[in-house]
Design a binder for this molecule. Structure first.
Ligand SMILES: Nc1ncnc2c1ncn2[C@@H]1O[C@H](COP(=O)(O)OP(=O)(O)OP(=O)(O)O)[C@@H](O)[C@H]1O
Ligand SMILES: [Mg+2]
Length: 312
């Protein structure tokens, strides 16, 4: 596994937090008043776009998983990557974030360009330093540490941790529940709270591009709606781009500006989210609706008509 930032954003599950329960801890810093305008935001550098061109990824030197993926995330936009299990969605994010290496994967063809710099096969910590942060699937936290300690660790990678105090307030502004849970041991959080914490921890690193892998997994629809609304708010207020991998196509297409559909290591369809919501294949296959607007059983869908292949 590569250096420290891997561990910060993707810790392995820790020991049970039981023995830490009830320990007294220092009070979290007092909360300044003033809402978003009162918060001190660090000015972002010129916004970058992410351009992935025709990448191939091979695991263990033999297994070809991505077969020429091309996609683009314009500065400040929210882009969703949809597709069935095993399509290669997580692999695509890991190729961008540099986390592939720790899984013996490699980008063997094509390029990943962020602003004017190549990211393909850069170490994960360098990618984070350049403002591209991935929240991996599974809400991995330092389970024996408190909510605030998890956030503080996320803040260490940004300018040597010099902005942690104001960034904690920034994260608590977006996720008020986390403020209330600041001293709670994170191993006891609910699924929704844990999801808020992993996103909050990533925000502490000041991403210009936040990549989320299935944040809705296992959450009730109301909670998905709430978390996606917060992602939209952060995107609007901070101009942060988002690349969102989702199985929940309905929620993802409501949030996203643009979407790509992947199957078997290739992009098979893409377009503005509002067009995708109206696309008959998407409705049938991912939203479970037939033309009359009723729900359709997936088993009834015999053929998924591939209208477009992006060969990069
Ligand atoms: N470390 C690895 N070594 C070998 N093969 C892998 C590795 N990681 C993933 N794969 C394979 O690559 C393919 C794509 O996996 P990936 O996890 O990217 O899919 P996904 O679209 O994210 O699926 P899901 O929706 O189930 O999360 C799968 O066939 C998977 O078995
Ligand atoms: Mg995945």
């Amino acid at each position: 596994m590569a250096g420290g930032t891997d561990m910060i954003f993707n810790p392995t599950p820790g020991p049970s937090p039981t023995n830490r329960r009830g320990e007294s801890r220092a009070e979290p810093p007092s909360i300044p008043m003033g809402g978003p305008r009162g918060l001190k935001m660090t000015a972002p550098s010129a916004p970058h776009s992410l351009v992935v061109s025709n990448i191939e990824v091979i695991y263990n030197s033999v297994i070809l998983v991505l077969r020429g993926i091309s996609l683009e995330v314009a500065p400040g936009s929210i882009v969703s990557l949809l597709g069935p299990n095993g399509a290669g969605k997580s692999t695509t994010l890991k190729a961008i974030s540099g986390l592939l290496r720790s899984e013996l994967g490699e980008v063997t063809r094509g390029q990943i360009v962020w602003g004017d710099q190549r990211l393909d096969n850069e170490p994960a910590e360098e990618v984070v330093r350049r403002g591209v942060v991935q929240v991996i699937e599974g809400r991995l936290l330092f389970r024996h540490l408190t909510v605030e300690e998890n956030l503080r660790i996320g803040g260490m990678v940004y300018q040597g941790g010099r902005h942690i105090r104001e960034d904690l307030q920034r994260v608590y502004h977006y996720f008020p529940q986390l403020r209330a849970l600041a001293r709670r041991v994170s191993g006891y959080l609910s699924g929704g709270e844990g999801q808020m914490l992993v996103i909050g921890r990533a925000l502490m690193a000041h991403p210009q591009l936040l990549m989320l892998d299935e944040p809705s997994l296992g959450l009730a629809p109301m909670l998905v709606h709430e978390i996606f609304a917060i992602i939209r708010e952060i995107n609007r207020q901070e101009g942060m781009s988002v690349l969102l991998v989702e199985q929940n196509a309905r929620a993802a297409l409501e949030l996203a500006d643009y979407a790509y559909v992947m199957e078997d290591g290739r992009i098979v369809l893409d377009g503005p989210a509002e067009q995708m919501r109206e696309n008959e294949d998407i409705k049938e296959f991912y939203l479970g609706l037939n033309q009359a607007g009723g729900r359709k059983n997936y088993r009834d869908v015999k053929h998924y008509r591939r209208r477009k292949r992006w060969l990069g």
